[in-house]
Design a protein around this ligand. Structure first.
Ligand SMILES: [Zn+2]
Length: 134
């Protein structure tokens, strides 16, 4: 998903949530926008390239690439569960709203018949990769 679309949605959500959550509504940006930092982390570690532009262009052409099994740690179900538990605190709940809208936008961009190149479970990713190197 293009970062500008995430930014626009985060601004709208923050404006809508501000009357109820006051300054906590800015937490929407944390998981609505900054969650994609895990793309940079994964790419930098895997390819030993810490240039943000390289990460950006790599993920821009992702559908053409054969690379599979990407671990974007903040896009895994285990991370989502932690955030869900934390959000039981009323003032942290905007985090979940940011996360849900971010994921809806990410998944809506994927073609229906495409193979998901991202691992959705950290535990499953470890399990798969522990046998790959044997
Ligand atoms: Zn994302």
């Amino acid at each position: 998903m293009d970062i500008s679309k995430h930014l626009i949605i985060c601004i709208i959500l923050t404006i809508l949530l501000f009357p109820s959550y006051s300054y906590s509504s800015f937490l929407v940006f944390l998981l609505g926008l900054l969650i994609d930092i895990d793309h940079y982390l994964w790419y930098s570690i895997k390819y030993k390239d810490f240039n943000p532009k390289s990460t950006y262009f790599f993920h821009k052409k992702r559908l053409k690439l054969k690379t599979v099994d990407r671990l974007h740690i903040f896009h895994t179900s285990e991370f989502w569960l932690i955030i869900l538990i934390l959000s039981l605190n009323y003032y942290i709940f905007p985090l979940v709203i940011g996360l849900v809208f971010h994921l809806i936008m990410d998944f809506s961009e994927m073609p229906l018949n495409s193979k998901n190149l991202r691992s959705t479970s950290f535990i499953f990713w470890i399990y798969k990769n522990s046998f790959r190197n044997l």
